[in-house]
Design a protein around this ligand. Sequence first.
Ligand SMILES: Cc1cc2nc3c(=O)[nH]c(=O)nc-3n(C[C@H](O)[C@H](O)[C@H](O)COP(=O)(O)O)c2cc1C
Length: 165
Amino acid sequence: MDALEAIRTRRSIRRYTGDPIPRADLETIVDAGRLAASGYNAQPWEFVVVTDRALIEKIALHDWIAQAGAMIAVVLATESYFWREDGSAAVQNMLVAATALGYGSCWLQGRTERHIPAIKKHLNIPADKHLMTLIPLGVPAEAPEKEKKSLAEVLHWETYQDKTG
Ligand SMILES: Cc1cc2nc3c(=O)[nH]c(=O)nc-3n(C[C@H](O)[C@H](O)[C@H](O)COP(=O)(O)O)c2cc1C
Protein backbone atom coordinates (compact mmCIF):
# COMPACT_ATOMS: atom_id res chain seq x y z
CA MET A 1 0.00 0.00 0.00
CA ASP A 2 1.43 3.40 -0.88
CA ALA A 3 1.48 6.36 1.51
CA LEU A 4 -1.55 8.14 0.04
CA GLU A 5 -3.69 5.02 0.17
CA ALA A 6 -2.66 4.43 3.79
CA ILE A 7 -3.54 8.04 4.66
CA ARG A 8 -6.90 7.73 2.92
CA THR A 9 -7.89 4.38 4.40
CA ARG A 10 -6.64 4.82 7.98
CA ARG A 11 -9.45 4.78 10.53
CA SER A 12 -9.42 4.47 14.28
CA ILE A 13 -9.89 0.77 14.96
CA ARG A 14 -11.23 -0.29 18.35
CA ARG A 15 -11.81 -4.02 17.78
CA TYR A 16 -8.98 -6.48 17.21
CA THR A 17 -8.76 -10.21 16.65
CA GLY A 18 -6.28 -10.70 19.50
CA ASP A 19 -3.61 -12.02 17.13
CA PRO A 20 0.00 -11.09 17.92
CA ILE A 21 1.97 -8.66 15.74
CA PRO A 22 5.43 -9.75 14.51
CA ARG A 23 8.29 -7.83 16.10
CA ALA A 24 9.59 -6.76 12.67
CA ASP A 25 6.28 -5.02 11.91
CA LEU A 26 6.33 -3.27 15.28
CA GLU A 27 9.85 -2.05 14.53
CA THR A 28 8.74 -0.77 11.12
CA ILE A 29 5.88 1.14 12.75
CA VAL A 30 8.09 2.72 15.43
CA ASP A 31 10.69 3.52 12.78
CA ALA A 32 8.02 5.55 10.96
CA GLY A 33 7.48 7.50 14.19
CA ARG A 34 11.19 8.04 14.67
CA LEU A 35 11.48 9.52 11.17
CA ALA A 36 8.79 12.20 11.67
CA ALA A 37 9.52 15.88 11.29
CA SER A 38 10.37 17.69 14.54
CA GLY A 39 10.98 21.32 15.45
CA TYR A 40 14.73 22.11 15.44
CA ASN A 41 15.11 18.39 14.63
CA ALA A 42 14.88 17.85 18.38
CA GLN A 43 13.37 14.34 18.09
CA PRO A 44 12.19 14.53 21.71
CA TRP A 45 10.48 11.13 21.58
CA GLU A 46 10.96 7.62 22.85
CA PHE A 47 8.64 4.67 22.35
CA VAL A 48 7.82 1.79 24.67
CA VAL A 49 6.34 -1.17 22.81
CA VAL A 50 4.32 -3.50 25.00
CA THR A 51 3.49 -6.98 23.70
CA ASP A 52 3.17 -8.86 26.98
CA ARG A 53 -0.54 -9.72 27.29
CA ALA A 54 -0.63 -9.32 31.09
CA LEU A 55 1.06 -5.92 30.84
CA ILE A 56 -1.31 -4.81 28.04
CA GLU A 57 -4.25 -5.73 30.26
CA LYS A 58 -2.74 -3.75 33.14
CA ILE A 59 -2.44 -0.57 31.06
CA ALA A 60 -5.64 -1.05 29.00
CA LEU A 61 -7.95 1.87 29.77
CA HIS A 62 -10.89 0.23 27.97
CA ASP A 63 -12.01 -3.40 27.61
CA TRP A 64 -11.45 -3.39 23.84
CA ILE A 65 -7.75 -2.63 24.28
CA ALA A 66 -7.17 -5.97 25.95
CA GLN A 67 -7.48 -7.60 22.49
CA ALA A 68 -4.70 -5.45 21.01
CA GLY A 69 -1.61 -7.30 19.80
CA ALA A 70 0.62 -4.49 21.09
CA MET A 71 0.56 -1.06 22.64
CA ILE A 72 2.98 1.74 21.87
CA ALA A 73 3.51 4.28 24.64
CA VAL A 74 4.77 7.56 23.19
CA VAL A 75 7.12 9.28 25.64
CA LEU A 76 8.18 12.92 25.21
CA ALA A 77 10.84 15.15 26.72
CA THR A 78 8.73 18.21 27.52
CA GLU A 79 11.71 20.57 27.84
CA SER A 80 11.80 20.42 24.05
CA TYR A 81 10.00 23.51 22.64
CA PHE A 82 7.67 21.77 20.16
CA TRP A 83 7.17 18.52 22.04
CA ARG A 84 3.39 18.40 21.45
CA GLU A 85 3.72 18.99 17.72
CA ASP A 86 6.66 16.61 17.43
CA GLY A 87 4.87 13.89 19.37
CA SER A 88 1.75 14.33 17.25
CA ALA A 89 3.75 14.04 14.02
CA ALA A 90 5.33 10.82 15.28
CA VAL A 91 1.96 9.39 16.31
CA GLN A 92 0.36 10.16 12.95
CA ASN A 93 3.29 8.59 11.10
CA MET A 94 2.86 5.42 13.15
CA LEU A 95 -0.92 5.27 12.56
CA VAL A 96 -0.33 5.55 8.82
CA ALA A 97 2.48 2.98 8.88
CA ALA A 98 0.27 0.58 10.85
CA THR A 99 -2.48 0.96 8.22
CA ALA A 100 0.02 0.35 5.42
CA LEU A 101 0.98 -2.94 7.09
CA GLY A 102 -2.66 -3.98 7.51
CA TYR A 103 -3.04 -3.23 11.23
CA GLY A 104 -5.65 -1.24 13.05
CA SER A 105 -4.69 1.42 15.54
CA CYS A 106 -6.18 4.22 17.58
CA TRP A 107 -4.76 7.47 18.96
CA LEU A 108 -5.65 7.22 22.64
CA GLN A 109 -5.34 10.39 24.60
CA GLY A 110 -8.74 11.63 25.75
CA ARG A 111 -9.48 11.28 29.45
CA THR A 112 -6.30 9.32 30.05
CA GLU A 113 -4.65 11.94 32.30
CA ARG A 114 -5.73 10.53 35.65
CA HIS A 115 -4.45 7.07 34.68
CA ILE A 116 -1.05 8.30 33.50
CA PRO A 117 0.83 8.01 36.83
CA ALA A 118 -0.20 4.37 37.25
CA ILE A 119 0.60 3.50 33.62
CA LYS A 120 3.99 5.21 33.88
CA LYS A 121 4.70 3.08 36.93
CA HIS A 122 3.72 -0.14 35.14
CA LEU A 123 5.99 0.76 32.20
CA ASN A 124 8.86 2.08 34.34
CA ILE A 125 8.76 5.48 32.59
CA PRO A 126 10.88 8.04 34.49
CA ALA A 127 9.02 10.80 36.36
CA ASP A 128 10.59 13.56 34.23
CA LYS A 129 9.33 12.02 30.96
CA HIS A 130 5.80 12.70 29.70
CA LEU A 131 3.63 9.82 28.59
CA MET A 132 1.77 11.58 25.80
CA THR A 133 -0.22 8.88 24.06
CA LEU A 134 -0.95 5.19 24.04
CA ILE A 135 -1.50 3.51 20.70
CA PRO A 136 -3.16 0.09 20.69
CA LEU A 137 -2.34 -1.95 17.58
CA GLY A 138 -3.94 -5.09 16.32
CA VAL A 139 -5.31 -7.10 13.46
CA PRO A 140 -8.59 -5.30 12.71
CA ALA A 141 -11.90 -6.96 13.59
CA GLU A 142 -13.96 -4.04 12.30
CA ALA A 143 -13.94 -1.65 9.34
CA PRO A 144 -15.67 1.51 10.54
CA GLU A 145 -16.71 4.38 8.32
CA LYS A 146 -16.13 7.92 9.51
CA GLU A 147 -17.80 11.09 8.36
CA LYS A 148 -15.11 13.45 7.05
CA LYS A 149 -15.37 17.02 5.88
CA SER A 150 -15.16 17.26 2.11
CA LEU A 151 -12.12 18.74 0.42
CA ALA A 152 -14.32 21.57 -0.90
CA GLU A 153 -15.32 22.50 2.66
CA VAL A 154 -11.79 22.94 3.93
CA LEU A 155 -9.74 23.97 0.89
CA HIS A 156 -9.22 27.64 0.05
CA TRP A 157 -7.27 28.74 -3.02
CA GLU A 158 -5.10 31.85 -2.77
CA THR A 159 -7.17 33.63 -0.08
CA TYR A 160 -9.55 32.51 2.66
CA GLN A 161 -13.17 32.39 1.46
CA ASP A 162 -16.12 32.43 3.82
CA LYS A 163 -17.92 29.16 3.03
CA THR A 164 -20.64 29.50 5.65
CA GLY A 165 -22.93 31.82 3.60
C1 LIG B 1 -5.57 14.02 19.98
C2 LIG B 1 -6.46 12.82 19.79
C3 LIG B 1 -6.96 12.16 20.90
C4 LIG B 1 -7.77 11.03 20.76
N1 LIG B 1 -8.18 10.35 21.87
C5 LIG B 1 -8.95 9.25 21.72
C6 LIG B 1 -9.34 8.51 22.87
O1 LIG B 1 -8.98 8.81 24.00
N2 LIG B 1 -10.10 7.41 22.69
C7 LIG B 1 -10.50 7.00 21.44
O2 LIG B 1 -11.19 5.99 21.34
N3 LIG B 1 -10.14 7.68 20.32
C8 LIG B 1 -9.37 8.80 20.44
N4 LIG B 1 -8.97 9.48 19.32
C9 LIG B 1 -9.40 9.04 17.98
C10 LIG B 1 -10.51 9.93 17.42
O3 LIG B 1 -11.72 9.66 18.09
C11 LIG B 1 -10.62 9.69 15.92
O4 LIG B 1 -9.40 9.99 15.29
C12 LIG B 1 -11.72 10.53 15.28
O5 LIG B 1 -13.00 10.15 15.74
C13 LIG B 1 -11.70 10.44 13.75
O6 LIG B 1 -11.87 9.09 13.35
P1 LIG B 1 -10.77 8.34 12.46
O7 LIG B 1 -9.49 8.29 13.28
O8 LIG B 1 -11.33 6.98 12.21
O9 LIG B 1 -10.57 9.14 11.22
C14 LIG B 1 -8.14 10.59 19.45
C15 LIG B 1 -7.61 11.26 18.33
C16 LIG B 1 -6.76 12.34 18.49
C17 LIG B 1 -6.17 13.00 17.27
